[in-house]
Design a protein around this ligand. Structure first.
Ligand SMILES: Cc1cc2nc3c(=O)[nH]c(=O)nc-3n(C[C@H](O)[C@H](O)[C@H](O)COP(=O)(O)OP(=O)(O)OC[C@H]3O[C@@H](n4cnc5c(N)ncnc54)[C@H](O)[C@@H]3O)c2cc1C
Length: 410
């Protein structure tokens, strides 16, 4: 590795967990750093199920990028349209028109998008939880359906909410919905039992691939709170007012929310970096593209294996780690030092099932109830602290507490 004599240009694509974690750690280097993101804010994806039922405000989940980026990092607000690694260039559509950004090093952190598996009607009729806007649309759709049911009680399908996908986001959303059922019922002059919540998953149990204890506890908790869990049930079609299963059964649905499939941002594949079936790109030990070593690919776009060679699941936890690691390696590159290989550290998982219950497996220990809930909150605050220091953490703590207290009073 030779030291750069001119200012290297680093372009980071994506202001999510991975991209922001890298960008905030590149201040004070001799590099010229640019972050490109669709929005002027970073949104906390892991909490998107909460504004979808009104537990938090939308703005509570956004962090202004300028608020956390070092002053020497330029922000380009725009949509990445194409990446051309042969020419080391990126095409970005901004409000001022199309721009070509060239780079010496690229950090590709464009995250994930929903995968619809070509299930007929799914893309057309189902909502997804991808960003603040889709979270808002979900709440709007649920409310519209319930208002319409109140006015037209013969239109029974409107009171039924179906979540397709019993992974992390599906069960967290089901838990929030179960907790909000009373609030929705009061708001639209219905009985709580008028609103039915279904969680459908093709795997034999919820949270497939995680500790079976999590699956059992989650299923028991959701069932006790009135969520109808349909495990081992694959959706074969989604219609205007119903979901059709592979076994031929049909379930009426006024609102369908799809959390059952994610894949890497399609731009990864289009740029020629594709790796596995979910479009996640294969990377070397330093998280770089094997064909283009000046391109670092991190977060949900990257296919990273554990020590046994099994692909690690796409999580915010790993996206943050990879962002931090890549910033460290880029600092080494700038100084002409050798890169250090990335080692994933997976500490476990904590999930909240509604506002009253959380559970998880951390460092091999199973936790549930109040300690798990506190840990879940601590993880969110620790992350905010890591990108925005005490000021951002206090600001969010204050606004989250104020929103929760306003909700309790309403
Ligand atoms: C409801 C829900 C709950 C979850 N819960 C957990 C959890 O409890 N724990 C956990 O570890 N993980 C959880 N996850 C998964 C976690 O959110 C993802 O793994 C994580 O967001 C990946 O981070 P990332 O930086 O790779 O991508 P993202 O956070 O998705 O960031 C990608 C960024 O790129 C931007 N972008 C995308 N396309 C373009 C474009 N064309 N041009 C410009 N910008 C673009 C996006 O706006 C976004 O800012 C959850 C996910 C969901 C949906």
């Amino acid at each position: 590795m030779t030291q750069h004599t001119t200012q290297p240009r680093i372009v980071i694509l994506g202001g999510g967990y991975a991209g922001v974690s890298a960008a905030v750690r590149l201040g004070g280097t001799s590099a010229n750093v640019v972050l490109v993101n669709k929005h002027s804010y970073h949104h906390l994806t892991t909490l998107l199920h909460q504004p979808a039922v009104g537990r938090r405000g939308y703005t509570d989940l956004s962090v202004g990028l300028r608020e956390v980026l070092p002053s020497c990092v330029d922000l380009v607000r725009g949509r990445v349209m194409a990446i051309t690694p042969e020419q080391k260039s990126v095409t970005v559509k901004t409000r001022q028109g199309e721009k070509q950004l060239t780079y010496d090093y690229l950090v590709l952190a464009l995250g994930w998008e929903a995968e619809f598996y070509q299930i007929p009607g799914l893309r057309e009729h189902a909502l997804t939880l991808e960003d603040l806007n889709t979270s808002r649309l979900t709440k709007d759709r649920i409310e519209e359906a319930l208002i319409a049911f109140d006015e037209n009680p013969e239109q029974g399908w409107r009171r039924s909410i179906v979540i397709g996908g019993g992974g992390l986001s599906g069960v967290e959303l089901a838990g929030e919905l179960a907790d909000s059922r009373q609030k929705f019922a009061t708001a639209f002059d219905l009985k709580p039992e008028d609103i039915s919540i279904h969680l459908v998953d093709g795997a034999p149990g919820l949270l497939h691939g995680l500790d079976p204890w999590l699956s059992q506890e989650t299923t028991a908790y959701l069932t006790a709170r009135g969520v109808q869990v349909h495990s081992g049930t694959r959706i074969s079609q989604v219609k205007d007012r119903a979901v059709v299963f592979e076994n031929g059964n049909t379930l009426e649905a006024g609102t369908v929310i799809w959390t059952g499939g994610v894949r890497a941002n399609r731009l990864v594949e289009r740029a020629g970096f594709a790796g596995n079936r979910q479009g996640r790109a294969e990377v070397d030990a330093f998280l770089r593209s094997k064909a283009y070593p000046e391109v670092f690919i991190i977060g949900d776009c990257a296919l990273v294996n554990d020590a046994q060679g099994n692909p690690l699941p796409p999580t915010a936890q790993l996206a943050v780690q990879q962002g931090v690691w890549t910033a460290r390696n880029l600092r080494r590159v700038i100084k002409g030092k050798a890169l250090q290989p990335y080692k994933a550290v997976t500490r476990g998982i904590v999930l909240s099932i509604g506002r009253r219950y959380a559970l998880g497996v951390v460092n091999g220990y199973r936790i549930s109830g109040v300690p798990a809930g506190m840990l879940k909150d601590a993880i969110a605050y620790k992350y905010l602290f890591s990108i925005g220091g005490p000021l951002l953490t206090l600001k969010k703590w204050w606004s989250w507490a104020a929103y929760a207290s306003a909700m309790r009073r309403s």
